[in-house]
Design a protein around this ligand. Structure first.
Ligand SMILES: O=C(O)CCC(=O)C(=O)O
Length: 476
C-alpha cells in the first residue's frame, strides 16, 4: 500500500484547513526572509522575488530548515503550541514567529499585539525589561532621561534558549605526564588538569608585580568598547601601550585615561618581536616573568611551538575559533569560562575561515544560525592554577569572568612539515588541508560547466564520496 493510501481520508474541511496552513507557513517564511533581506511587497510579489533570486531562495530554505528544527524541538519537548495548546496546531502556526523558552525548548509566541497600540507599547515595555533593553525603549518614548546602561556581563538571557545543554569538560587532579599521555591525550577531547605545579606565578603575578617586572615594554593590544570581541566584524581596534600601563588598565573597570570610552576593555595576545617572522615565546619577550612559570612538559621539547600571554579585562568574550595545534591554556590568575565545540560539529558553526560567526554562544541568534541548535556544547570554568588542554581543531569561546592572566602553550602534534612555515600564530590550516581545499575549489569550478540539475547530482555524489572515504567514527 502506498503511504498516501495508508493515510486515513480527510474531510473537505480538513483539506481546506491544511491548505490554508501551508499558505500561512509559506507566507510567514517568505515574510521572515524578506524582513531579513529588506524586500517589501505583498506575499505574491515576495514569492516571485524569492523565485527569481537564488540568494533569497537560499534564505528561504534556511528559514524552512529553521521551522523544521523548531517543530521537531516542540514535538520532542511536548511543548504547548500557541495560546490554546491542543486546540489545533493550525492556529498556533498562523503567521507567528518561533520563540524560545528559558527552559530550553522551542515554543511559539502568543499572538503579538498590533504595533502602535497601547497593548503593544506595554508588551514592548515588558519585553524591554526582560531583555535588559529597557534603556532603549524609554529613550524612544521620551518618558525618562537617558541613563547610562551598565554593560551586561555575557551570559544566557532569561528569554533565550541555550542551544544545547552543556556537557562538563572532564576534570582531573594531579595528572602526571605519563598518565596524560597514556589515558587522556589519545582521546582527543578537552580536559581540565588541576593541581599541576606551575611554579611561583600563581602567587606572584599581581598587577603590581607584573607592571614592575615587565615594565614599559610596548605591547600591541585589542581595545573594545563592547564585551564581545568579534574578529569577523572587527568591532575592536589595535593600539599600543607600555605593558605596565596596559596591565593596570585591563585590571580596572572604569578608566581615567582611555582610547575610546571610559569603560573600554583590553585584551593582550602577546606576539613575537616581529609578528610576521617571530613566534610568541614569553621566555624571549618576557624573560623575567617566564622564570616564575613552570610549563607542564607533557610533550617533547622539539614539539614546542609558542608560549603566549593572554591578559584580559573582566567580562571580555573572545570569538569562537579553532587553532591547528594542540594547546594548554594555563590560567595563572583570574577566572574564565570556556565553551567548546567538537571539530565534528563544524557544519553547525557557520565558519568563516578558522572563526565561527556565532560569537554570542549563550544567546545565539537562531533566526540567523538555526543549525547552531545541533552543535554539542562542552563547558568548563577555569580558576587560578587550572590548565585546560584544548586539542587542535576544537572550537573554543572564552569568557573572562574576572581580570586574569593566562599563558597559552602551543605544540606541534603533527610532523613539522605538515604545518605552514609562515604561520607565526598557529592558526593556519596544515598545508595539505589548504591544498585539498584549493583542489576542491577547482572541482567546483569544473562542475559549473554542467547545467544545474547535473551539477546538483554530481555534487551530491562528490559529497557522498568524501564522506565514505574520509569521515571517521573514532572521534567525538
Ligand atoms: O584564554 C584566552 O584568552 C584565549 C585562549 C585561546 O584562544 C586559546 O587557548 O587558543
Amino acid at each position: 500500500m502506498s503511504p498516501a493510501a495508508a493515510r486515513p481520508s480527510r474531510s473537505p474541511g480538513q483539506r481546506h484547513r491544511s491548505a490554508l496552513r501551508c499558505v500561512r507557513v509559506r507566507t510567514h517564511v517568505l515574510g521572515a526572509a524578506h524582513e531579513v533581506l529588506g524586500v517589501e511587497g505583498g506575499a505574491d510579489e515576495r514569492a516571485e522575488h524569492v523565485k527569481a533570486h537564488p540568494v533569497h531562495r537560499a534564505q528561504e530554505s534556511r528559514q524552512r530548515l529553521h521551522h523544521d528544527l523548531l517543530s521537531s524541538a516542540n514535538a520532542a519537548a511536548g511543548a504547548r503550541v500557541g495560546p490554546q495548546a491542543g486546540a489545533g496546531r493550525s492556529k498556533a502556526w498562523s503567521g507567528q514567529r518561533p520563540h524560545h523558552s528559558a527552559r530550553g525548548s522551542a515554543i511559539l509566541r502568543r499572538p503579538q499585539p498590533r504595533p502602535g497600540g497601547v497593548a503593544a507599547k506595554e508588551a514592548r515595555r515588558g519585553r524591554a525589561r526582560r531583555t535588559g533593553y529597557a534603556f532603549q525603549f524609554r529613550r524612544r518614548s521620551g518618558d525618562l532621561p537617558p541613563p547610562r546602561p551598565a554593560p551586561p556581563l555575557p551570559g544566557p538571557r532569561s528569554d533565550t534558549v541555550m542551544a544545547q545543554p552543556a556537557q562538563a569538560v572532564s576534570c582531573h587532579t594531579g595528572v602526571t605526564r605519563d598518565r596524560f599521555l597514556a589515558d587522556l591525550y589519545p582521546q582527543r577531547k578537552p580536559v581540565v588538569l588541576k593541581g599541576i605545579d606551575l611554579g611561583a606565578c600563581t602567587a606572584k603575578w599581581t598587577v603590581d608585580y607584573l607592571s614592575q617586572i615587565a615594565g614599559a615594554k610596548e605591547v600591541k593590544i585589542h581595545v573594545s568598547t563592547v564585551s564581545q570581541m568579534d574578529f569577523l566584524s572587527k568591532n575592536f581596534v589595535y593600539r599600543t601601550l607600555p605593558f605596565d600601563t596596559f596591565v593596570r588598565r585591563a585590571a580596572e573597570v572604569t578608566h581615567t585615561e582611555y582610547f575610546i570610552s571610559e569603560d573600554e576593555k583590553y585584551y593582550l595576545r602577546s606576539l613575537g618581536e616581529d609578528p610576521r617572522k617571530d613566534i610568541a615565546d614569553i621566555r624571549k619577550q618576557f624573560p623575567l616573568l617566564a622564570e616564575d612559570i613552570q610549563i607542564p612538559e607533557y610533550f617533547a621539547k622539539e614539539q614546542f611551538f609558542s608560549s603566549v600571554f593572554r591578559i584580559s579585562s573582566a567580562g571580555l568574550q573572545l570569538w569562537t575559533h579553532y587553532d591547528v595545534m594542540d594547546n594548554f591554556l594555563i590560567q595563572v590568575t583570574g577566572k574564565k569560562r570556556v565553551v567548546l565545540y567538537s571539530p565534528r560539529d563544524a557544519p553547525y558553526l557557520y565558519l568563516a575561515g578558522t572563526k565561527s560567526e556565532v560569537l554570542d554562544v549563550d544567546n545565539p541568534d537562531l533566526e540567523k544560525y538555526p543549525l547552531f541548535l545541533k552543535a554539542r556544547r562542552y563547558e568548563c570554568y577555569l580558576e587560578a592554577g587550572d590548565v585546560l588542554f584544548i586539542p587542535a581543531l576544537w572550537f573554543h569561546n572564552v569568557i573572562s569572568e574576572e581580570f586574569g592572566v593566562g599563558v597559552n602553550i602551543f605544540w606541534k602534534h603533527l610532523p613539522t612539515q605538515c604545518y605552514d612555515k609562515t604561520d607565526t600564530y598557529g592558526n593556519k590550516d596544515p598545508t595539505a588541508a589548504t591544498r585539498a581545499v584549493q583542489i576542491l575549489d577547482r572541482a567546483l569550478k569544473t562542475l559549473e560547466e554542467l547545467p544545474e540539475e547535473y551539477r546538483d547530482f554530481y555534487a551530491r555524489r562528490m559529497v557522498l564520496r568524501i564522506q565514505e572515504k574520509t569521515y571517521s567514527a573514532n572521534y567525538e
